[in-house]
Design a protein around this ligand. Structure first.
Ligand SMILES: NC(=O)c1ccc[n+]([C@@H]2O[C@H](COP(=O)([O-])OP(=O)(O)OC[C@H]3O[C@@H](n4cnc5c(N)ncnc54)[C@H](O)[C@@H]3O)[C@@H](O)[C@H]2O)c1
Length: 295
């Protein structure tokens, strides 16, 4: 396995491309938006600079990593040679189903098709392809170059061989893979999102302010980051999309997204990526500096 195509160059896609390239894989990063690709290369470069400063990589590895990545807006030609495609496009069912239909037509025989989706059914994604046995969830955590976990999600049809290949590959990336089955939210977000949603309800109902809620969870529960700041990191739009999948999938009111979250997303306050969420992330601001400590 050598040629990797990563689809979507946002928060997750650039981190996934960075991680594979740093481990010697040839990566093509694809997005429909050229500006997103330009921003992704800038982000990867500044994250490599941060690693260089910390002494976790040297100049040679930085330049090898950048040389291993090319970018494109043309899906059809770029996936033709891929041994593995990792889709990290927007958390939207229609977008993903449409992409996997195309991948099924454009990829070579035997290619593994993985999705980094946080919550959408791998079984459903696989069902629109000609090779459902080759479709799997490879759920990286944010920020990808730093976080160890890969949640490996077996769809109903995913073969043992494909699962074993992805588990091994994750270890080669110096990650810790955990195998789980395909139910709404899998394990990570089924547990995390109700906590984040409850933190937003706690704010919405005036029980405490943003900093107070995050401080209680940081100092009281030894969480490295409070739930509201974590939501800003993940992207409030992504959190809302995941909660809707949990709500639809389980039909239980406890997953209903807080109206404040819905309002903030509607107003475009989606967290770090928009510069504003529960905190403000303008260049040089205190909150941005705090956020950067985790990258
Ligand atoms: N943000 C997180 O912390 C996090 C963590 C784990 C998993 N995820 C999952 O990763 C995926 C990506 O999330 P993100 O936060 O990086 O989103 P994002 O909004 O930062 O980036 C999504 C990118 O996908 C691109 N895109 C949309 N449609 C496309 C298409 N048809 N072809 C190619 N590119 C397309 C967009 O232009 C954008 O650049 C989602 O499925 C999300 O649930 C996110």
């Amino acid at each position: 396995m050598k040629n990797i195509t990563v689809i979507g160059s946002g928060t997750m896609g650039n981190g996934i491309a960075h991680t594979f390239a740093q481990h010697g894989f040839t990566v093509i990063l694809v997005d429909i938006n050229q500006d997103a690709l330009t921003r992704a290369i800038q982000t990867i470069t500044s994250n490599l600079d941060r690693q260089l400063k910390k002494g976790t990589i040297d100049e040679q590895l930085k330049s090898d990593t950048l040389n291993n990545i090319t970018t494109s807006t043309d899906l059809k030609t770029t996936v033709a040679k891929a041994d593995l495609v990792i889709e990290a496009a927007t958390e939207n069912r229609e977008i993903k189903l449409n992409l996997f239909k195309q991948l099924s037509d454009f990829c070579k025989d035997g290619a593994i098709l993985a999705s980094n989706t946080s919550s959408i059914s791998i079984t459903q994604i696989a069902s629109v392809t000609k090779t459902p046995g080759n479709v799997i969830g490879m759920h990286f955590m944010n920020p990808v170059p730093v976080m160890k976990l890969v949640e490996v999600i077996r769809g109903y049809a995913t073969t043992d061989a494909v699962t074993a290949t992805i588990m091994e590959l994750s270890k080669k990336l110096d990650k810790a893979p955990v195998e789980v089955n395909d139910y709404p939210g899998f394990v990570a977000n089924r547990i995390l999102m109700p906590m984040i949603n409850e933190a937003i309800y706690t704010l919405y109902e005036g029980v405490a302010g943003v900093e107070e809620i995050d401080t209680v969870m940081k100092l009281g529960m030894a969480h490295p980051m409070g739930p509201l700041q974590l939501a800003d990191f993940i992207g409030l739009d992504v959190c809302l999309a995941i909660l809707k999948v949990l709500y639809d999938g389980f039909g239980n009111q406890k997953y209903a997204p807080c109206p404040l979250l819905v309002n903030m997303v509607t107003a475009g306050h989606t967290g770090v990526k928009s510069g504003s969420g529960f905190y403000k992330y303008t260049p040089g601001s205190k909150d941005l500096l705090v956020a950067e400590k985790f990258l």
